[in-house]
Design a protein around this ligand. Structure first.
Ligand code: BTN
Length: 324
């Protein structure tokens, strides 16, 4: 739902009542049309109190990722300027990809309550119980070469970590390249897909899956949620707004040529640097100590024989205790 004038009125009054008569006069519609508008809102899950002689008052909003709700109070200039929201989709990344091909400006976002074919990295799937997470894809058009596109993923991990800290009280760890962990368990995954020519990125779709209010028993093994980490429920709408806000700030840094700052932030959150790891790169295993990431976001691993290897894409497994 988008730009509902009755809802706007109720919000405007916030803690007070607005009369049906005033709404009908200012909206230039009949009293019956106002009443119908209120009923539609109630069916969508909005709590609207009505009091004889005083009118209507908004007392509760639904826990739904409605475009209108996320946009309300969002102060970004580009990310989230256009929001699409769905109850059920195959994958938000596919929907955002189509927007990219249709030529939509960067910053367009797609949210879903549930995905039938949610995708993870390395051909894995992403499972999230309906209505409990933030499933989001953001369309970006960075001026980068295909080799530099991984920067967008690292940037998103940093933005998500900062948004999570705000809601949980402590920051998650980032497991290279882009898993966010609390207590060693995964709370968020990021899947970046790009449309590119040989030397330039046409567009990038950054898909972010965050377990927000699911309980651990409803999530795949090894996963956790913001609610589990915080010990209380987290507002998905507030979290989504904070995530988009952090992403915009970091994307501006990236556009500004300040990627080293993002690398430093990534290192500050790193749950991988200093760990003994096994990296799997196209089926080849590299074991050793993770040293850190370089300015391309590649992970450096010191093998036991002292040789250092650079891993630009792949998966890592932490071999010793958790730090997150
Ligand atoms: C991973 O950890 O392997 C990445 C998971 C990414 C999941 C998100 S959910 C929203 C977006 N749509 C998808 O199909 N995948 C990403």
């Amino acid at each position: 739902m988008n730009d509902d004038p009755v809802l706007d009125f109720l919000r405007e009054k916030k803690d007070g009542y607005v009369s049906g008569e005033e709404m009908s006069r200012r909206l230039k519609v009949s009293r019956a049309a106002v009443w119908k508008g209120i009923e539609v809102l109630r069916r969508l899950g909005y709590e609207v109190e009505s009091r004889a002689g005083q009118g209507y008052r908004l007392t509760g909003i639904p826990d739904k990722m409605f475009a209108d709700e996320i946009a309300y109070g969002l102060k970004t200039r580009m990310i989230g300027k256009k929001i699409f929201s769905y109850e059920d989709l195959d994958s938000t990344n596919d929907a955002a990809w189509r927007l990219g091909e249709e030529g939509l400006p960067e910053g367009a976002c797609v949210f879903a309550e549930h995905q039938k074919k949610g995708r993870g990295r390395m051909g894995r799937s992403w499972l999230s119980p309906k209505g409990k997470g933030v499933l989001l894809s953001v369309l970006l058009r960075p001026k980068l070469s295909p080799a530099e596109a991984a920067r967008v993923t690292l940037m998103t991990a940093v933005s998500a970590a900062r948004a999570m800290k705000k809601h949980v009280g402590k920051a998650p760890g980032i497991k290279w390249p882009n898993d966010l962990l609390y207590g060693g368990k995964k709370v968020c995954g990021i899947l970046t897909e790009m449309s590119a020519e040989l030397d330039r990125v046409k567009f990038v779709v950054v898909g972010i899956g965050v377990n927000v209010n699911a309980s651990a028993k409803d999530l795949p093994p090894g996963s956790t949620s913001l609610r589990e980490a915080a010990g209380r429920a987290v507002s998905r709408q507030d979290f989504a707004r904070d995530l988009l806000t952090e992403m915009e700030a970091d994307y501006l840094r990236l556009k500004d040529g300040r990627f080293e700052e993002i690398v430093r932030d990534w290192e500050d959150h790193s749950a991988t640097s200093g760990k003994r790891v096994t990296a799997t790169v196209f089926g080849r295993k590299i074991q050793g100590q993770a040293v850190g990431i370089d300015s391309d976001g590649a992970l450096w691993i010191r093998r036991d024989n002292g040789l250092q290897e650079r891993v630009l894409a792949g998966d890592v497994q932490h071999l010793d205790g958790v730090r997150a």
